[in-house]
Design a protein. Structure first.
Lengths: 337, 337
């Protein structure tokens, strides 16, 4: 039976260095890595992670419970997924993609014994997945929040994000600012928590400014964006600017406004929040965006979960990070009313 | 020790139905599923997939080796990832996201014993990952192709895709058609195979038509797209149309052309190939695209791997599917020369 020590001796390195290469947990100089890999192949060393998992009752596998991204993947959600995968690998864990449509795949997860813990995305206000995780005592962390803010979570700070977007628009003279959010097919109470939080942050901020709110809810598609352009022109004609928290509708809103003879930013200034700067750049004119902190939050979420598993103290974080303003060409001076 | 039979008896269903719920391999009526889940919880049934894996020396876990998607996720690549994850789950396998940057994470994969097989994306012409997989005898399938076309693969049929794009442009009177492909940082021979295949399909097709080729290679970014617009105007001014196989540069090419006083499609018709219709719709004017068969290929790739693992005959497929034309507003009649 070849051991890790045999590999270390043959390659003339420490056992720790062999472990770094095998687990991918730390960068090892290319020449050293090549030597260790040669020793592994010569000696025919093969670790049995399955036997190790049985001995330790730990698999070092985490599940990422994500919504159905197959139909219409969204640039920001993907950044969450990829940064979580990288973050897991850096700490020596593997991340399994776990497509959950409603309650479908939860039994397999909970009765399977495959994973040490779960990371949830697109968290709903009342999330049945969370109830089942709590009942099963499987450790978990959330990217997003339920109504119960005592659970461990990392999330976008929508209050600060909306406040900063409004402050930016007000510096250009805009007072009447509408909000466009996303309509989902989820039954009431099961919408992603962010939709409720964005709307309530917006209403609070407008009330504090003494301005009347105008909220438009459309599907996250090009057609939804065009619908929002029409609703803005007809139902909120006094709005000179709009904050959009609906990535999929952003291009359609700009195109739809133009088709109605309203130019961006001449007649309507637009900020697209919780999206990526790359996506904003694709649109004409380039959108001013509030870029989502997705790369950070994916890593922080997976770290929050691993900290729980490894018994790190204070491993139940409540982390909020706002989006970052990236100016484009879609915000201009408010038109005179 | 509670068994699956106990659960089946308590829920008054067959053992197979319990298995469908636990593995998520087949849709079970919601009431039946609820009854089975209640029985699992009441009896405290817990399968030990780790013990089962040790007994069978199979883990039913597959690795998806993907490039670094963290920095600039690409709409089409994500469709591959998500459809592969769904396809695996439908056959009772789990898919681990395995970020591979160069040769970094291969040792962990090959010496780990965690996975039954690997699915590779962004396959290079000479792909060192493939060499190591062959040496280690870990079953694998490719989404894309190396030079060795005997390996099991699924891929986009670039010959048919380019031919159909050219036929569409020629029906509008275009004869001089340029190609814009993607520059990568990979050393020569390690570029993604698709880049070489696209260029060679284009050169062959233009030669067959008796027209001179013009190939422009730029980064997959907005800046790259603008660079392509300038190169088209300066180095290939006779081209009245362009086929773009560079998703990230598509918006920049259209914006850059407009900035140079060349309208799309008035002065330049554009087809963006191997991308998504949703992305084409975001741009102004909406791009005519050749939509990548990513949802199909992700599933076919994972099925090719699982078929090998399960000893299905003829499990070494060579599947090619062309992109599908989705007309937008970026192709018009050729301007008179």
């Amino acid at each position: 039976m070849v051991t890790m020590r045999d590999v270390a001796e043959r390659a003339n390195v420490s056992i720790a260095t062999v472990s770094f290469v095998l687990n991918g947990t730390k960068r090892v100089a290319p020449e050293t890595r090549t030597r260790i890999e040669a020793a592994i192949e010569e000696l025919g060393y093969r670790r049995n992670v399955v036997a190790r998992a049985l001995a330790s009752s730990r698999t070092r596998i985490l599940a990422l419970l994500h919504p159905d991204l197959e139909a219409r993947p969204n640039a920001t959600v993907i950044q969450f997924v990829m940064s979580a995968a990288h973050g897991a690998r850096e700490r020596g864990y593997d991340l399994v993609l776990w497509p959950v449509n409603g309650d479908e795949q939860m039994s397999h997860l909970l009765a399977g014994g495959l994973v040490d813990g779960a990371l949830l995305m697109e968290v709903q206000i009342h999330d049945p997945r969370v109830d089942r995780l709590i009942a099963s005592r499987l450790p978990f962390a959330l990217i997003g929040r339920t109504e119960d803010e005592d659970l461990p979570f990392v999330d976008i700070d929508f209050v600060t994000t909306i406040d900063q977007a409004l402050a930016h628009l007000r510096s250009y003279g805009h007072r009447r600012v509408a909000l466009v959010t996303q309509r989902t097919k989820a039954p009431s109470g099961h919408e992603p928590g962010r939709i409720m939080r964005v709307e309530s942050a917006y209403r609070d901020a407008m009330a504090a400014l003494g301005e009347p709110p105008a909220v438009i809810t459309v599907a996250g598609t090009s057609a939804g964006g065009r619908e929002a352009a029409r609703a803005l022109a007809e139902d909120a004609p006094e709005a000179t600017a709009v904050i959009l928290v609906n990535e999929g509708a952003s291009a359609g809103l700009v195109k739809g406004s133009r088709e109605l003879g309203r130019s961006v930013p001449g007649d309507l200034s637009v900020i697209s929040a919780s999206t990526t700067a790359e996506l904003g750049e694709m649109i004409e004119p380039s959108l001013t965006v509030m870029a989502a902190p997705a790369p950070q939050l994916g890593r922080l979420g997976v770290n929050a979960l691993i900290d729980q598993l490894e018994g790190v103290q204070d491993a139940l974080p409540h982390i909020l990070i706002p989006c970052t303003l990236v100016p484009g060409q879609s915000v201009g001076p408010a038109r005179p009313s």
